[in-house]
Design a protein around this ligand. Structure first.
Ligand SMILES: [Zn+2]
Length: 343
């Protein structure tokens, strides 16, 4: 398996106020992980910024103008989301890294995988507003880019502990982009109920897997093997994208889940195996949240190990100890999705 990493030292140039969890040290973690990857002869490539036209596939032009006007300035965009003088350019580079990674995977052989390690994150950003530390919706821009290149079916799997509201709304009526999200619920940002399944032609193509705080490795394994992966296999994407947030980690200061580093390896191995079955292994992961620096570093390495085939479902132990949370999630989801998918 060939994995290529897309990242840049520039991601340390987006500054947030003191005490903000989405802090510059997260970029230093990404740099350290990239440095280890290089030492093992892995390819780390510099991305290009997204163009305004690429961003405009999922954002309003007026919103893009508003953000462009924050260049050189420190602005509070929402209660959690701030710019510093370099943020506009850095955020364009984050979205551009997702686009660059998609181009790379589509232009290379079967089995090509990519990991874009970026900040600021993206999945809360909506068509016309920044929120939850996010300015541009990097993963949605990537999915829209793949569609514009002629990819007929794109799947986005989002295992960040928060619901990816921005990604969901970007494709809520679009049957060409399947959005599958596991998240803590109820929790920020409040969206992601089991009954939110898409609308119009997009009905059934949004799959929310909400779980109560405290879900374990085994709970995540169960909802992925019972719902997320079977739906991916039925949808048969031609490209699989991952919103790779690590704030469901047990050590995360914001999330309330109990996922271990090893389980992030298994979740990515499950996703990679689904990509092998559906789309010649073509998978692009783009980072989202994750606020314990050691947990993020270890989980990024676990993702790399899974995408390079060192961590597999057979050489790691299946987690034990499901709680009621996984079954409660599946019971809530099944009645809404039974019409669209077998699960
Ligand atoms: Zn998050």
């Amino acid at each position: 398996m060939a994995l290529t990493i897309f990242t840049s030292d520039r991601f340390a140039d987006h500054l947030t106020p003191p005490g903000h969890p989405e802090r510059v040290e997260r970029a230093e973690v990404m740099q350290a992980v990239a440095s280890e990857f290089r030492k093992r002869r892995g390819a780390v490539l510099e991305p290009r910024p997204a163009t305004v036209d690429e961003l405009a596939r999922v954002h309003d032009r007026d919103y893009l103008t508003l953000l462009a006007e924050t260049a050189g300035r420190a602005v509070r965009l929402d209660p959690d989301t701030y710019t510093s003088p370099e943020t506009y350019e850095v955020a364009r580079l984050a979205a551009g890294a997702a686009v660059t990674a998609v181009d790379y995977v589509l232009d290379h052989d079967a089995g090509t995988r990519a990991l874009a390690m970026v900040r600021p994150p993206g999945h809360h950003a909506e068509r016309n507003r920044a929120m939850g530390f996010c300015l541009f919706n990097n993963i949605a821009v990537a999915a829209a880019h793949a569609r514009a290149r002629g990819v007929q079916r794109v799947a986005v799997v989002d295992y960040d502990v928060h619901h990816g509201n921005g990604t969901q709304w970007s494709f809520y009526e679009d049957p060409a982009v399947l959005f599958v999200s596991s998240h803590q619920y109820p929790f920020y940002p409040g969206t992601g109920a089991a009954g939110d399944i898409g609308k119009g032609a997009g009905a059934g193509f949004t799959v929310n897997l909400p779980m109560e705080a405290g879900a374990t490795d085994a709970d995540f394994e169960r909802i992925y093997t019972t719902a997320a992966v079977p739906i991916l296999e039925q949808f048969r994407p031609q490209l699989l994208l991952v919103s790779a947030g690590f704030d469901a980690h047990a050590d995360d200061p914001l999330g309330g889940m109990r996922v271990t580093t090893g389980q992030f390896g298994r979740l990515n191995a499950l996703i990679a195996a689904a990509a092998d079955d559906c789309c010649d292994g073509r998978v692009v992961a783009v980072t989202e949240g994750g606020y314990d620096l050691q947990a993020v570093a270890a989980s990024l390495q676990a993702t790399i190990d899974a995408f390079e085939g060192r961590t597999t479902l057979t050489n790691t132990p299946a987690p034990q100890g499901t709680t009621a949370r996984a079954d409660a999630c599946l019971s809530a989801v099944r009645p809404h999705l039974a019409k669209y998918w077998q699960l």
